[in-house]
Design a protein around this ligand. Structure first.
Ligand code: 5RP
Length: 218
């Protein structure tokens, strides 16, 4: 089965968590795009959604979903999003699409975070995928030096500005054996908005699509 097909299968599986009248958090990326397509076909009627990116907002509006400002909502019942890497403890690397900060805010504001991936995203230890770090533009070089001091090899994501007007450093070579500590350490560097480790607040459930079907973790 192609990766695109697996994304559709896992997107469809996520619908079982979505109920009419829900206020839903929606992530960013190609797996989430498949989820939005499946949501439309399902005929579910949401009360509204909070979106993690301009790209997702556009897609949600195109299928008639009421996209709301998180400031005007309480906590959300459910957040659906993809990931770049997932470990066996449901800890994630996210931000391949550059939406990591809004994704982390929505994950923190949601009672349940259901992460949807195909099996190519699963790892025993995180870190093959370069870790995205969103930085305030004036702090780019300073944060790069700090990340290098932690053993990382940061690289500026070329021609990319986040929806928040910031830059992304993609960091290779970090030792992520203790991702909770690394997440905390990186987030404490002045000028870092947030890093793409979701370890302090991992996903509550991870749905993994493979040739043999959908595995539910958590
Ligand atoms: C965007 C993300 C995405 O969830 C991640 O990049 C996975 O994307 P895709 O579903 O296209 O593989 O974190 O910031």
């Amino acid at each position: 089965m192609s990766q695109a097909r697996l994304k559709i299968e896992v997107a469809r599986a996520a619908l079982r968590y979505v109920e009419d009248g829900m206020l839903l958090g929606v992530g960013t990326g190609s797996t989430v795009n498949a989820f939005i397509d499946e949501l439309e076909s399902s005929g579910r009627r949401l009360d509204g959604a909070v979106s993690s990116s301009e790209a997702t907002t556009e897609r949600l509006k195109a299928i008639g979903v009421n996209v709301m400002d998180l400031n005007h909502c309480g906590d959300l019942e459910l957040y659906i999003d993809g990931a770049d890497e997932v470990d066996d403890h449901r800890r994630l690397i996210k931000g391949g699409g550059g939406a990591l900060t809004r994704e982390k805010i929505i994950a923190a504001a949601s009672r349940k975070f259901v992460c949807i991936v195909d099996q190519s995203k699963c790892r025993p230890i995180l870190g093959e995928f370069p870790l995205p770090v969103e930085v305030i533009p004036m702090a780019r070089a300073f944060v790069s030096r700090k990340l290098t001091g932690m053993g990382g090899r940061p690289q500026l994501r070329e021609d990319f500005v986040t929806d928040n007007g910031n830059l992304i450093l993609d960091v290779r070579n970090l030792d992520l054996i203790n991702p909770v500590k690394v997440e905390r350490d990186i987030n404490q560097i002045p000028g870092v908005v947030t890093c793409g480790l979701f370890a302090q607040r991992p996903a509550d459930k991870v749905l993994v699509a493979s040739e043999s079907g959908i595995e539910t973790r958590g």
